[in-house]
Design a protein around this ligand. Structure first.
Ligand SMILES: NC(=O)c1ccc[n+]([C@@H]2O[C@H](COP(=O)([O-])OP(=O)(O)OC[C@H]3O[C@@H](n4cnc5c(N)ncnc54)[C@H](OP(=O)(O)O)[C@@H]3O)[C@@H](O)[C@H]2O)c1
Length: 281
């Protein structure tokens, strides 16, 4: 077993459920100490205790709501703590939101923006600064295949930002010894869809990925220093198709696929209502 002095440290946001819990388990099993971040402190403590017992690593709990600026600043400060260096940042926390950009609640849309976009920017910057000084480190941002969808609602717009941000970050990090990776999963079996009120959402079973498979593939790509990770063959094909199609064609396809959307829906994007599952995840 690795000793505390020899163990690298990973900070994972949204580490209590779904993909984040799987990142935490995989990294602990591989001998990383962890800093785990989420809002629910009890669940964080339970997760930390389980990982310490199972893997003999140190697990630090940092309860934070990434939509709150003071909490986000505390997580950024932890990343910048020179005495306790973080070797890997996994920007994973996120959720789906069924709100129309046109008539939805702006407070909910802003919170969504703060967690899925602003927090990723702030924490990537805090981690990169500390890592560049040490000339080593890795940043893994959890995007989505939805980030390639033109006209796919607020979630798709934010995941598009995560993709573009990571591409630019990787360029700025070139030659520093620090890498940035974005993983773009399709549907994954997690708490995501139930939390977003999409319990009834369905899709072909072969389209659904297991969290452990997404995590294994994306960590492999992260440690290999790859910029983009798209787990599973079917989503690599989809990403390639979406990447070459003109955005106008993708937009038209989405408009067509969501024609049954009620025009006055306040809580659901007109674009995503009939295909909420497809565009959020
Ligand atoms: N599931 C999919 O189909 C899918 C597909 C592509 C991409 N993704 C992306 O994968 C990432 C993880 O999602 P998941 O599917 O694993 O969802 P999940 O099972 O619902 O887990 C979400 C995690 O994020 C935390 N979280 C949510 N809001 C937060 C906030 N304001 N501040 C801090 N932590 C917060 C939650 O803990 P607390 O509630 O305690 O805060 C939880 O630990 C997200 O970025 C999501 O967009 C998911």
């Amino acid at each position: 077993m690795s000793t505390p002095a020899s163990r690298p440290t990973a900070l994972i946001t949204g580490a209590t459920a779904g993909l984040g819990a799987s990142y935490a388990a995989h990294l602990a099993a591989a001998g990383h100490d962890l800093v785990i971040v989420a809002r629910d402190r009890n669940r964080l403590e339970e997760t930390a205790e389980r990982l310490r017992e199972r893997h003999g690593v140190q697990v630090e709990v940092l309860a934070a709501d990434l939509a709150h600026r003071a909490d986000l600043a505390a997580v950024a400060a932890r990343l910048g703590d020179e005495a306790r260096p973080v070797d890997l940042l996994v920007n994973n926390a996120g959720y789906g939101l069924k709100q129309s950009l046109a008539v939805g609640e702006i407070e909910l849309l802003e919170q969504h923006f703060d967690v899925l976009a602003r927090a990723v920017l702030v924490l990537s910057n805090a981690a990169a600064k500390a890592m560049v000084d040490r000339r080593r480190g890795r940043i893994l941002n959890v995007g989505s295949i939805a980030g390639l969808l033109a006209g796919g609602g607020h979630y798709a717009a934010l995941k598009g930002y995560v993709l573009a941000l990571t591409e630019s970050l990787a360029k700025d990090l070139r030659g520093t010894g620090v890498s940035a990776t974005v993983v773009m999963p399709g549907y994954v079996h997690t708490e995501f869809h139930a939390r977003a009120g999409m319990k009834g959402a369905s899709g072909p079973s072969h389209a659904w990925l297991k969290p452990d498979d997404v995590v294994t593939a994306s960590l492999r790509d992260t440690f290999a220093g790859h910029l983009v990770s798209v787990p599973s063959v079917q989503y690599r094909v989809l990403a390639a198709v979406l990447g070459v199609l003109p955005r106008s064609v993708v937009r038209t396809a989405w408009r067509f696929s969501s024609r049954k959307a009620p025009s006055n829906a306040r809580t659901t994007s007109a674009v995503t209502s009939s295909s909420a599952l497809t565009t959020q995840g």
